[in-house]
Design a protein around this ligand. Sequence first.
Ligand SMILES: Nc1ncnc2c1ncn2[C@@H]1O[C@H](COP(=O)(O)OP(=O)(O)OP(=O)(O)O)[C@@H](O)[C@H]1O
Ligand SMILES: [Mg+2]
Length: 231
Amino acid sequence: MTEPLMALERVCKWYPVGSERLTVLQDVSFAVYPGEFVSIMGPSGSGKSTLMHILGCLDQPSSGRYVLRGRPVDGLTGDELARVRNREIGFVFQNFHLLPRMTALRNVELPLVYAGVAREERRRRALARLEEVGLRDRISHLPNELSGGQKQRVAIARALVNKPAILLADEPTGALDTRTGREIMGIFTELHQRGVTIVVITHDPGVASFAQRILHMLDGRLVGEERGRGA
Ligand SMILES: Nc1ncnc2c1ncn2[C@@H]1O[C@H](COP(=O)(O)OP(=O)(O)OP(=O)(O)O)[C@@H](O)[C@H]1O
Ligand SMILES: [Mg+2]
């Protein structure tokens, strides 16, 4: 049987609030297999972003384990975690998180700068990713010269420029109109068909339905699962 790419084992996350514990994830267990397209749905405050931060090695569980490619993440040093984030995982956020003073091309090149890739190679790879998301004619634009959908395409190109195995997206269509949001989900579907493992967080059932599997969260717990039309 195939090994899971990401596995959460009875993960809890809590925060100290005064002398109490505020529990925001409660006994969450699930696995994502290589090449899957999964969405996670739930109302505001149900713990979706907290879960994504753990999947993306931006945060650690309070108890339980997160196993990435067979390796428990709690055994990794800060440097190792940073390397995992840079090489294995691409992030896409609701508000794009582009650097405002850099062109689309520079934004996409940036992860390759951190990875120590030489200039020519950086440019070549960033251009290829921008071409894939249909933005070859916008590479010299600054973020504020792009539409919301175009900004998200730049963010997707940047997330993919290191060829990560995993793409994590937190409300990637949250700042977009319905039609533009569907276009972005169409890009995710193409990426999935090319073998990228994708986890999308959303509260929009129409967005979630693009995935193969839809996990439902409520009050920090996984409460159900259904098949999406990507199945
Ligand atoms: N650093 C923190 N300290 C205390 N509580 C926190 C902290 N971070 C998040 N929380 C709480 O954890 C709960 C879950 O937050 P989270 O951001 O994961 O929700 P969400 O499902 O992503 O919501 P939304 O759909 O609004 O983005 C919330 O009640 C929030 O107040
Ligand atoms: Mg959130």
